[in-house]
Write a protein that binds this ligand. Structure first.
Ligand code: ADP
Ligand code: TRP
Length: 327
């Protein structure tokens, strides 16, 4: 039986952070053991908000390099830029002709842009349609994402089911979001969801000194050193859990509850864990940064593989809808 396919994307809209790592990059890299991975840099999606060519170029390379630094094997996975498979725009249009605007008005990306008072361009409004095209173009079964993307993946699934129903054939695979419940949503420095759009992130490849400085900025309540504290209500502890095994989590939780430990101490523990974990990927990241041609070659090879699959899906869709004269 052919391997089930895993697909995910990351927007090159800022420097990748701990939320991206734990919510998506890590699970995606693990899936290469069991699935056929197609992972891409969602540059068209980023263009809905980023209008700076120099930054967009930089962020695309950073996102691709991050996947590789955390162990993505380009011999196994197709890693590519979204725009290198232009078939995605064709599929996006075809899907758009089958979606009611009412559905799109309920989408998170659109609602978030509205709540932030951002301009709502047509790309922002049709964001979930392009995302559905990304997913359906590659016959993806599993879509590893953070919890915030669950709704978008479900919309892709609904679009696929609607399309299959209308055209009377199994044209699209129905995708499933794959969400790590124990991670769910990684909090940022201010306790809200860690996100590039909130400016509250801990970037992945900071030198240790800068990393420590940021960790010290994680917000806590104002309990004094002697007071007992609730680990489950603390952002520092929520981040610590992502890097420590259960025994160490229990030990630190005990010290929270007992009193006599200040938040500064918990932050130092968190910094040491994070720094030890990030040390290896940080070194691989700098090595790869010094060899941009190597990253370019990985992206070109990934795009060629992705495009072969995309062509065959588009042929199927053209034939089903009557866009192709061949029956
Ligand atoms: P951002 O919100 O910072 O712009 P993206 O939208 O590019 O991040 O997200 C890329 C992937 O990382 C998505 O699968 C998303 O769900 C995941 N992700 C982003 N932030 C978090 C977070 N704070 N916790 C868990 N997963 C996250
Ligand atoms: N919208 C996703 C995000 O902001 C990125 C993305 C674009 C994506 N297309 C995708 C994720 C397809 C999974 C599958 O995080």
């Amino acid at each position: 039986m052919p391997l089930r396919r895993a697909l995910t994307g990351i927007q090159p809209s800022g420097v990748p952070h701990i939320g991206n790592l734990k919510g998506m990059i890590e699970p995606a890299v693990q899936l290469q053991e069991t699935h056929e991975p197609f992972y891409f840099i969602a540059s068209y999606h980023a263009l809905t908000t980023t209008k700076d060519p120099q930054l967009l170029r930089e962020y695309q390379l950073e996102a691709a390099t991050s996947f590789l630094a955390f162990g993505l094997d380009p011999g196994v996975a197709a890693l590519f830029l979204q725009q290198d498979v232009p078939e995605v725009c064709e599929l996006s249009w075809i899907l758009a002709c089958h979606v009611n605007t009412g559905v799109l008005e309920r989408a998170h990306a659109y609602k978030a842009a509205r709540d932030l008072g951002r301009e709502i361009n047509l790309g922002t409004f049709s964001y979930p349609v392009l995302m559905a095209a990304d997913i359906l173009l590659y016959d993806s079964h599993a879509v590893p994402v953070g919890k915030d993307q669950k709704q978008h993946v479900e919309m892709a699934r609904d679009m696929a089911a609607g399309f299959n129903h209308r055209y009377g054939a199994d044209i699209f695979v129905l995708p499933e979001p794959l969400i790590r419940e124990e991670v769910a949503t990684v909090p940022g420095l201010d306790g809200r969801k860690m996100s590039k759009s909130y400016g509250n992130t801990i970037p992945l490849f900071l030198p240790p000194k800068k990393l420590r400085k940021l960790v010290m900025k994680v917000t806590t309540d104002s309990k004094g050193v002697d007071e007992p504290k609730d680990p489950e209500a603390c952002n520092v502890f929520a981040l610590y859990k992502l890097f420590a095994d259960e025994a160490d989590q229990e030990a630190l939780a005990g010290r929270y509850r007992a009193g006599g430990m200040g938040y500064g101490h918990a932050k130092q523990e968190l910094f040491e864990r994070m720094d030890a974990f990030l040390e290896g990927p940080r070194a691989r990241y700098s090595e790869l940064q010094a060899e941009p041609d190597r990253v370019d070659a990985v992206l070109a090879q990934g795009a060629a593989k992705a495009r072969r699959v995309a062509r065959s899906t588009i042929e199927r869709v053209r034939s089903a809808t009557g866009l192709s004269l061949a029956r």
